[in-house]
Design a protein around this ligand. Structure first.
Ligand code: AMP
Ligand code: MG
Length: 399
């Protein structure tokens, strides 16, 4: 079987995610909506700011009335939150940051450029040009402006923006419900003693926590033993699931009970990806529910989840651009032998240069904990010190 390129695999996955249809829309209070996907564009209903206001503590004036050395009486004091009187001719108004400009005033001088005189008047050190320190009405938005497009994930900044537009609720896609299954008789949950031949289950925690970061609703199927009937029963009991993600049992098929059960009730494609770590990967359907099968080795699970499952999930969630931010960095090591698989190397950035970290085997998770992200070495490519390669930060990949 020839190797499938990561790009083709991603294309197939994204196509399937797009054709799976949109999740239902629900309305949530802003504080509930963190990390949800906006279902429809957010429009400004009114001008922002709704009136011109001062960006300084100082004095509002008619700019034409102020020359250098001019003294003016103070006709009113305007705090933020007040509704001022029109500015009396030949006067200035004490004004504070965020307070509405009085009608007739067209500029503000900051208090540092003024002197309070004994008689209560204020002397202006210099002329004041029109519009100085005034935030005009509608500077940020005009009624009808699209402020946030549909299909973005709502973070603190977007939610604050919605709040500033006066929205108490936002219309978002419901959570994607993802079932997570670990497979293998050797697996034990932490907290239990290890018998000979057993290891602790790390993929369950990896996948559940990564999915929670994406704000998916997680259905934990626990560990599926290497046994067809038990696997059959556990899958049959699944309810209300949009996606099943499994790890392990996809390498050669000898102990591939999950694959066997999925095939009985649906279909399963087995891919050999041109990817290191993370060659084996399955994509299928169980009783109509899409299934993504990740390899069992912890870092293979991590890399295939981040590169393939994550953009698929984001697309299913309704995110219009599931790509991740990456950038190009110089590397501090050499890889003189080209591989046929695209390699994602665990690296740390030291002074802006990528340093290869520890043991890069797919069974080793520790080096990932010491890394800042993954460095992409394209297939059939070598690298030398100083070459520039694409770096994918974990801070973006796990966001
Ligand atoms: P498999 O794909 O099931 O043959 O698993 C490949 C390797 O990954 C084996 O060494 C497994 O023991 C290991 N492995 C599989 N699942 C997990 C898991 N959930 N947590 C930690 N290691 C795992
Ligand atoms: Mg296994």
């Amino acid at each position: 079987m020839s190797l499938l390129s990561v790009d083709t695999a991603l294309e197939i996955l994204l196509e399937q995610a797009q054709s799976a249809g949109c999740l239902e829309v629900e309305e949530l209070a802003l504080v509930e909506a963190e990390n949800r996907v906006l279902a429809q564009p957010l429009l400004a209903q009114f001008a922002m700011p709704p009136w011109p206001n001062s960006s300084m503590d100082g004095y509002a004036v008619r700019s034409a009335e102020v020359q250098a050395g001019q003294a003016l009486p103070v006709s009113q004091k305007i705090f933020a939150g007040q509704n001022p009187e029109p500015l009396a001719a030949g006067s200035c108004a004490r004004i504070f940051t965020g307070a509405p400009m009085p009608e007739g005033a067209d500029a503000v001088e900051m208090q540092e450029n003024t002197q309070e005189l004994e008689d209560g008047r204020v002397r202006f050190v210099q002329a004041v040009p029109a519009a100085k320190f005034v935030r005009p009405k509608g500077q940020e938005a005009l009624p009808g402006d699209e402020i946030l497009p549909a299909g973005i994930r709502l973070g603190p900044i977007e939610l604050a923006m919605a709040a500033s537009l006066g929205c108490a609720v936002v219309r978002v896609r419901r959570q994607l419900r993802v079932a997570v299954a670990s497979t293998g008789d050797e697996l034990v949950e932490p907290g239990q003693p290890l018998a000979p031949g057993q290891i602790y289950n790390s993929n369950r925690t990896l996948l559940i926590q990564s999915l929670k970061r994406l704000n998916c609703a997680v259905i934990d199927l626990g560990i599926l033993p290497d046994d067809a009937q038990q696997t059959r029963d556990r899958l049959a009991a699944m309810q209300d699931v949009d996606l099943l993600i499994s790890s392990g049992g996809v390498s050669v098929g000898e102990a591939d009970y999950l694959g066997q059960v999925i095939r009985e009730e649906g279909e399963l494609d087995f891919w050999k990806l041109a990817l290191k770590p993370g060659k084996p990967f399955t994509l299928g359907r169980y009783q109509g529910v899409p299934v993504i099968g990740l390899p069992g080795n912890p870092t293979s699970s991590l890399v295939t989840f981040l590169l393939l499952a994550r953009p698929y999930i984001l697309t299913r969630m309704g995110v219009s651009d599931p790509s991740t931010q990456s950038f190009v960095v110089p590397v501090n090591f050499a890889m003189p032998v080209a591989g046929v698989r695209r390699e994602f190397i665990r690296v740390a950035l030291v002074e802006g240069r990528a340093e290869k970290i520890g043991n890069q085997c797919s069974g080793i998770l520790r080096s990932a904990t010491q890394s800042h992200g993954l460095l992409e070495l394209p297939e059939n490519t070598t690298c030398a010190v100083g070459d520039r390669l694409r770096f994918w930060p974990f801070s973006s990949l796990l966001n």
